[in-house]
Design a binder for this molecule. Structure first.
Ligand code: PMP
Length: 284
């Protein structure tokens, strides 16, 4: 495997950043994960737009023009011979002596890109079964709209899920409303067939998959309501599911040990999953 690190393609096993990198010292950086399908990136444009937004929000300068970044992403995919899988991109505020204040503005941001293959059959098997999730208090900071590498609450929540025999954890805010998953957006389907997901204005990352699924829903003539929902409403929902670049739409069949709907993956989540790649942008 090959990784891109600050201008060089290096063997993955030797791909390192300095101990004084601000990503390492302060989680002072942002990232993106983009699906690779048939050797091509899925929704690259939207992921790059969100990257630029994340960088702007924390005032890291854009390390290179987006066209150049696109070349690096594609080259990393190519060198790793990834047909189906994911490409990961991380940008940090660079290497500087440990000090909370921003470093000298001349400090170049650090860029790392990795790519790896993933067997689509595995994801399909998981989706066919449906996943169990748990709920945990949302103890994150307010700026979860920024895709930062500061993911400790997400790490702890997902590990708690795994220890409980589940795959994902849904964060719940102080009002009892579900915000999102540890690495996914959260959705339910109401008794009258409406899709419900939390508005992206607060409490969640605006998932690219979430945005694209809204278009998929429209094509399938499903109604979408962007509003908050409680754990109680989710427990009584007809279906629940999660979305992300790595999960597309994956049905949730158990929440905190209680079955959702008939306890099997529902038709709405399945239809969204099946139609996702007809709507997602795949550059060739
Ligand atoms: N919320 C969180 C906290 C995430 O980490 C992710 C995945 N990066 C998502 C939502 C889903 O975003 P996307 O659809 O862009 O992968």
């Amino acid at each position: 495997r090959i990784a891109y690190v600050n201008g060089l393609y290096v063997p993955h096993a030797e791909a390192v950043v300095h101990v004084e990198d601000r990503g390492y010292q302060f989680a002072d950086g942002v990232y993106e994960v983009c699906e690779v399908r048939g050797g091509h990136m899925v929704d690259e444009r939207r992921h790059m737009e969100r990257l630029v937004r994340s960088l702007n929000e924390i005032r890291i300068r854009q390390p290179m023009p987006l066209a150049a970044l696109g070349v690096v992403l594609r080259e990393t995919v190519r060198r790793n011979r990834v047909r189906n899988g994911f490409v990961y991109l991380q940008v940090t505020r660079g290497v500087a002596r440990r000090d909370h204040y921003f470093p000298d503005p001349e400090t170049p941001p650090s860029i790392v890109v990795t790519a790896r293959a993933a067997d689509p059959a595995k994801g399909e098997a998981v989706a066919a079964q449906g996943i169990a999730i748990i709920t945990v208090p949302d103890n994150r900071w307010e700026r979860v709209d920024i895709k930062t590498v500061g993911l400790l609450p997400n790490v702890l929540a997902k590990e708690a899920a795994r220890q409980a025999g589940a795959r994902e954890a849904w964060f719940v805010d102080r009002d009892g409303n579900v915000t999102e998953g540890g690495s996914t957006n959260a959705w339910i389907v109401t008794g009258d067939g409406k899709l419900v997901t939390r508005p992206a204005e607060s409490g969640i990352l605006r998932g690219i998959t979430r945005t694209v699924m809204m278009e998929v829903a429209e094509k399938l003539q499903l109604r979408v309501e962007e509003r908050a929902f409680t754990v109680k409403e989710a427990l009584g929902a007809r279906e629940a599911f999660v979305t992300s670049a790595t999960n597309f739409a994956t049905p949730v069949v158990r929440i905190d040990g209680q079955s959702i709907g008939d306890g099997k993956p529902g038709p709405v989540a399945r239809a969204l999953r099946e139609n996702f790649h007809k709507v997602a942008e795949i550059a060739r």
